[in-house]
Design a protein. Structure first.
Length: 296
């Protein structure tokens, strides 16, 4: 006799945008029975050809599986899609980008309707889904027993990182990391603007920028975390705040000479000056964090 293959967990997926479609294809390729729904039904046609079962409504799709994954535009669209669905006994995993407060409210909303809830923050773009070497992963927060039960299935599209019972923490981690990314992009774009009018090849300049940011970011970020945890903001400081603020006029003058607006970097420089005015010249830059926290 031949042993029966291990049955894969059925999945319902609501939302077939670029990310939803990428998620769907990975579950199908891994052999998971998949029911799909999208507000525009035509988007499901390609997946149906790959083995997905289309549902005529979101409520019908939810009824098809215990594990229901939602990947829609925003929190409002989640509420609208699930308004008529019976969530009793369902395991709801919401991968829609929301705020932490929205995630916590949605978790309570799901609990009141008889469902267990996990919130997710996807740290990847669609081409990274189903490609382990690309490094994409998803933050999850909420019911720990739910995460443990479905971890293997959730890990099919991308890696999983559980960040706690508070349903808002996945969204918070997601937005925090993305905010750091945009801050980095601001500095990068300012750097390219400085050389824009010069006889400097931006293609040749790019790896210099990559190497510099890579060398600076890791140690600095690690030190910031340690200093915030210990409260010793002057510990192991190499370039103190007083010295760095003294260099600000050079950065602003260079931008002026190059005809570049300083609007991407001036706000940070102003925070540095404010922190120095508090008598924190021997610190590094970590104290700026507390200037940003309201009430501090």
């Amino acid at each position: 006799m031949t042993a029966n293959p291990i049955e894969k967990t059925p999945v319902t997926l609501l939302g077939l945008g670029a990310m939803g479609t990428a998620l769907a294809r990975t579950w199908l390729a891994a052999g998971h029975p998949l029911t799909v729904w999208n507000r525009t039904p035509a988007r499901a046609s390609g997946l149906v050809g790959e083995g997905a079962k289309p549902a005529g409504s979101a409520a019908e799709a939810v009824a098809a599986s215990t594990l229901v994954v939602v990947c829609l535009l925003d929190d409002t669209s989640v509420g609208e899609a699930l308004a008529d669905a019976d969530l009793t006994g369902k395991d709801l995993v919401n991968l829609t980008t929301t705020t932490p407060a929205q995630a916590r409210a949605r978790a309570e909303w799901a609990r009141e309707r008889g469902a267990r809830y996990l919130d997710g923050g996807i740290m990847a773009v669609p081409p990274m889904i189903g490609v382990p070497e690309a490094g994409g992963y998803v933050f999850y927060s909420g019911a720990s027993e739910l995460f443990a039960q479905h971890r293997e299935t959730l890990a099919v599209p991308a890696g999983t990182t559980y960040v706690g019972e508070d349903a808002g923490h996945a969204a918070l981690h997601d937005v925090a990391l993305l905010s750091a990314m945009y801050g980095m992009f601001a500095g990068v774009h300012h750097a390219f603007a400085l050389i824009r009018k010069e006889d400097i090849d931006p293609v040749a300049f790019a790896p210099l920028l990559v190497d510099w940011i890579t060398a600076m970011a890791g140690p600095s970020i690690t030190q910031t975390g340690r200093q915030l945890a210990s409260g010793t903001l002057a510990e192991d400081v190499v370039s103190n705040l007083a010295m760095q603020v003294a260099g600000v006029p050079t950065f602003l003058a260079t931008a002026d000479e190059q005809g570049v607006s300083p609007e991407l970097i001036s706000p940070y420089f102003e925070l540095m000056r404010r922190r120095l005015a508090l008598g924190s010249g021997e610190e590094g830059l970590t104290g700026v964090v507390d200037l940003l926290v309201r009430g501090e």
